[in-house]
Design a protein. Structure first.
Lengths: 506, 507
């Protein structure tokens, strides 16, 4: 049997996790964990370098296996196209960073912590490598479950409540999207979950308009809850606030993008009429994400909450890109997802580093940390700039493309979106100022008197550098991602046709 | 039936058609003989004989799996052999084996006679096998009553425990009521089918035979007497599977019964009920327009009641009882969908397998966590299980996850197959209720996992007193192997179903 790199990227973390669960001694567990986190990242980067720039819609590195459900039209089909490649790379790199950070964190019951994180990592690699819609959902759930448990066991304040709320919200979202996926599977008449067949089938015989409307609606709200679409977002800041840092990095950085990715890969190509039908609703809700959640983020006094609400807010841009239904908008959404995944993971990582030095997340009890930890300050400022969308970082290209697309879609919406950038700048820069600059507060002086904060250690720097490096790399050379992405966006053709026919303007 | 019939049956070697049932019953009798014959100090080896005997039977049955699959009627049309029957034989033998294994753990804490426990469990299992293969209402009722009477004893087996006795009494009263309803329904059907004025031409067998009932219903689907009979028979079966409105007994009986028997009720009795229901659904198929609405209302109410009632429970035995009610609802959807697409039954069967594997994992953990009084099992007794017994906690998480229907566990595939079948049958309302039920169920399943795995702050125990919580039975190696196998099976069936689903779909 030929060695399949995609399967390997999924299986290595899962096998390592199984070995740790089976009772591997701690010393070997940690060593194996390096392999479990490293292998997917290495494979992802290697595949990226080998990916043809003009692949079109076609999937690369395809493989297919029957695991026993083929009579229901389900096969483990793996492959990457231009849309999934960036996400696959994102999952690999953020996973490695989160893993490295977890290994050095010295958490209680480290073995189980690493094993759960590895299960999550394996599931995430699977999500973005799946061509079969069933396994796409399956791997998402596989990655989701450990995050509940990690919040519940290793979480911070309110972990019990947060874990419960997270579980219920995300289960509702997952069940709705499952119902939508089954609806599309059933209505397509193709009797298969294979995305490629479903797409050709949808091109030849589009789904009935009613089925498209219901299907897209179910998927929109199902996936929307998973991506924290306003007003279903309240689980996110709470969950991220309570989650241990590595889990928050993986969840906010990668797992949450599942819903957007599903809308792009499954819902838009298969139910273009449904997408056009829901476009208006989606625009309003997404503007709610940008403006309302943005204003809520302004009011936060807790560093993790600021980052959590900020992450919810940025999802609004990606939703707007989808609502615009254009190649530029969707491409911008994908770039935005990658860039935001990297930057928010970096922010969560650094905020935990800050916590270890200030012993609080409360912004009103910090100040002047830069004097003690200049390197940490530099990293944090860079991450903040990235999330605001400064040129040079990957986020810039995503936001630029999105704003262009949104402007074409509707200048009024674009005005709202641009106002969001101002809001981001206010809360992000204010957080930087409160943590690192200005006179130290009384509470912080007491902490400093107790233990002098040390600067970022190398064990913390390496994962941070990894994320920052990729952000800058894409920022300076966006073509590396946008070329295969652009050629893959042909899958949107039916959606664009619907849009064009609905648009009265020439 | 006279002697010559028996003789001819013996001469034709028809007894061989009852391969697992007869040896199982004989093995049960052997246990009683051994108790008399063996000296008292060797009595502890009798459970070993029971378990090894059942294991050997299971292996023999699996080796000879294809042999029993030819469709045929034996014993004068009393029993109908089919691949489905063969599937249920394996299912019940596995159930009986697992109940016996849990029984060893549970009985070790009690001062009770042991042998009869295994004896009755095996007899009941043999009767369940006959129940799902019966092709005649007399056979059906006798097998069902054997099962029910056996359960009366088993539920109140720990007779020094008032809760166990109370449960036994409740089960007796409710069971008698349901038997009466079932019997009344059978009599009404008999009266209608046996009416010579209405008899369709070519009615070959007697009026109690399933084939003739079906034939009659095809000719007279609107016969009022027969319709009342159908509803009453379905009510009797609904009692077995614990479907609303016949679920009243479930929480109390499940709580009071010894934990292995709770597992037996939850899995064995429910599977037997569904086996019978699938057969009857086929018999009553000509009256679809009556059966489908009855079952649909039942399914929807069962899912909602089970999940909503389980939400408020703190006693895990009541919790698992009520969640079991909701599982019966999901399975009912599969049975209804089978009227539109017979392939839906494969979903029901797979769901039963997944449910068996997951339930026994959970009940196995419950058996080990419980103290002497098995009815007293609160969620708080599971505190810190993950720290003190990581193995049990892992098995519990996998079992509950599978019951909740979380990928990559077997329960998810079962739910998916049922949902797919419901979709193709167009049962959108029921599907919506089922999805809602799954979401509600996450709350209490996850609450249990939370109680077992997440450390919570508790009042420190006053000095001199033992820490709160029950003494937990250490996990001996047979239980460890069993629970480990069940947990691995849940994962494997979720990831790789191999030829299993193909086999289930092919029939």
């Amino acid at each position: 049997m030929q060695l399949d790199p995609l399967l390997l990227a999924i299986a290595v973390p899962l096998v390592v996790a199984a070995a740790i669960f089976a009772g591997l001694p701690k010393r070997y567990s940690v060593r194996l964990a390096y392999l479990g986190f490293g292998a997917p990242a290495a494979i992802a980067l290697w595949l990226w370098s080998r990916f043809p720039a003009n692949a079109g819609e076609a999937y690369q590195f395809m493989s297919s296996r029957d695991l026993g459900l083929s009579l229901l039209g389900i096969k483990l089909t793996l492959g990457l196209n231009g849309i999934s490649l960036p996400m696959f790379v994102l999952a690999g790199v953020v996973g490695l960073a989160a893993g490295l950070y977890a290994i050095q964190s010295g958490a209680e019951r480290l073995k189980i912590y690493l094993a759960l994180l590895l299960v999550m990592q394996g599931g995430l690699m699977g999500v973005f490598a799946s061509v079969d819609v069933f396994f796409f959902y399956f791997f998402h759930e596989l990655a989701l479950i450990p995050s509940f448990i990690m919040v519940g066991i290793w979480g911070g304040r309110d972990r019990g409540y947060a874990a419960m709320k997270l579980t219920i919200y995300l289960t509702v979202g997952a069940m709705l999207s499952l119902a939508g996926l089954i609806l599309i599977y059933h209505q397509s008449g193709a009797q298969t979950f294979d995305l490629i067949t479903l797409r050709t089938e949808a091109l030849a015989h589009p789904l009935s308009v009613t089925a498209q409307k219901y299907g897209f609606g179910l998927l929109l709200f199902g996936f929307g809850i998973l991506v924290s679409l306003w007003p279903f977002h309240t689980w996110a800041p709470l969950g991220y606030g309570a989650a241990p840092s590595s889990a928050a990095m993986l969840h906010a950085g990668v797992l949450k993008k599942f819903g957007l990715y599903g809308l792009l890969q499954v819902a838009l190509p298969l139910a273009p009429v449904g997408a056009a039908h829901w476009s208006g609703v989606l625009t309003v809700l997404a503007l709610g994400n940008v403006l309302i959640v943005g204003i809520i983020a302004l009011a936060q006094r807790d560093l993790k909450q600021v980052i959590g609400y900020g992450s919810v807010m940025h999802m609004g841009y990606a939703f707007l890109g989808i609502a615009a239904m254009s190649v530029v908008g969707v491409g911008g959404a994908v770039l935005m997802m990658v860039a935001h995944g990297l930057s928010v993971a970096l922010l969560f990582l650094l905020s935990t580093c800050i916590y270890h030095r200030t012993h609080t997340f409360d912004l009103t009890e910090m100040g002047g940390l830069a004097r003690h930890t200049p390197v940490l300050a530099a990293f944090f400022v860079a991450a903040t700039m990235a999330s605001i969308g400064l040129p040079g970082f990957a986020n810039f290209w995503g936001e630029l493309a999105l704003f262009v697309a949104i402007w074409k879609f509707s200048p009024w919406v674009a005005a709202g979106a641009v106002a969001g950038v101002v809001i981001t700048a206010i809360y992000a820069l204010r957080a930087v100022a409160k943590v690192f600059f200005g006179p130290p507060t009384e509470a912080f002086s007491r902490v400093v008197a107790h233990v002098t904060p040390v600067d970022l250690r190398w064990a913390e720097r390496i994962p941070a550098l990894l994320l920052l490096g990729l952000l800058l790399f894409i920022g300076f050379w966006p073509r590396s991602l946008s070329a295969p992405l652009h050629s893959a966006l042909g899958s949107l053709a039916p959606a664009l046709a619907v849009k064009a026919s609905a648009d009265p303007r020439p | 039936m006279n002697l010559s019939l028996l003789q001819s049956a013996a001469a034709d070697n028809r007894w061989a058609a009852l391969f697992p049932e007869l040896p199982l019953a004989l093995l049960a009798l052997l246990l009683l003989v051994l108790e008399i014959v063996l000296p008292k100090r060797q009595h502890r080896s009798i459970p070993v004989v029971a378990i090894l005997g059942q294991l050997a039977l299971l292996v023999a049955l699996l080796v000879n799996l294809r042999g029993g699959m030819t469709e045929q009627l034996t014993f004068n049309g009393l029993i109908r052999h089919s691949p489905t029957g063969q599937f249920f034989r394996v299912l019940f033998l596995v159930t009986s084996l697992l109940v016996s294994l849990l029984g060893v753990v549970s009985l070790a804490r009690q001062r009770m006679p042991r042998v009869e426990f295994f004896h009755i469990v095996m007899i009941v299992s043999a009767a369940m096998m006959l129940l799902v293969q019966s092709h005649h209402f007399v056979m059906f009722f006798v097998a069902l009553e054997t099962v029910t009477v056996g359960f009366y004893i088993l539920v109140s087996y720990y007779r020094t425990n008032p809760l166990s006795l109370e449960a036994g009494l409740k089960y007796l009263v409710m069971g008698a009521l349901s038997s009466a309803m079932l019997l009344f329904g059978i009599v009404l059907l008999y009266g209608a089918v046996g009416n010579p004025a209405l008899a369709p031409s070519g009615l070959a067998a007697g009026a109690m035979d399933f084939a003739s009932v079906r034939q009659f219903l095809l000719a007279h689907p609107d016969n009022f007497l027969a319709q009342v009979g159908i509803v009453l028979v379905l009510s009797g079966v609904a009692f077995k599977i614990g479907a609303v409105p016949f679920q009243i007994w479930v929480p109390d009986v499940y709580q009071g019964a010894p934990t292995p028997i709770t597992a037996f009720l939850a899995v064995g009795s429910k599977a037997a009920g569904f086996g019978a229901l699938v057969v009857l659904a086929g018999v009553f198929a000509p009256c679809k327009s009556l059966v489908i609405p009855v079952l649909s209302v039942m399914a929807g109410a069962t899912i909602l009641f089970g999940n909503l009632a389980a939400l408020t429970q703190y006693n895990v035995k009541r919790l698992i009882a009520l969640s079991g009610v909701s599982h019966a609802g999901y399975l009912l959807i599969g049975v209804i969908a089978a009227y539109y697409d017979p392939a839906a039954l494969s979903g029901v069967y797979f769901y039963l397998i997944a449910y068996l594997v997951a339930s026994f994992a959970v009940f196995g953990v419950m058996t080990h966590v419980s103290g002497e009084n098995e009815a007293d099992q609160e969620l708080e007794h599971y505190a810190d299980l993950a720290r003190t017994h990581p193995f049990l906690a892992l098995v519990l998480v996998i079992g509950l996850g599978s019951l909740a229907g979380i990928p990559p566990l077997a329960g998810f595939i079962g739910k998916l197959m049922i949902f797919l079948a419901a979709f193709s049958a167009g049962l959108y309302v029921l599907l919506g209720i089922a999805v809602l039920g799954v979401v509600i169920s996450i709350y209490y399943y996850f609450g249990w996992i939370k109680a077992a795995c997440f450390s919570a702050w508790r009042l420190p125990a006053p000095a001199g007193e033992a820490a709160a919580g029950l003494p937990r039975t250490p996990v001996a190696w047979p239980a460890r192997v069993t629970l480990g196998t069940l947990a691995v099976a849940s994962v494997v069936l979720g990831l790789w179903q191999g030829p299993l689903i193909g086999w289930l779909l092919a029939r």
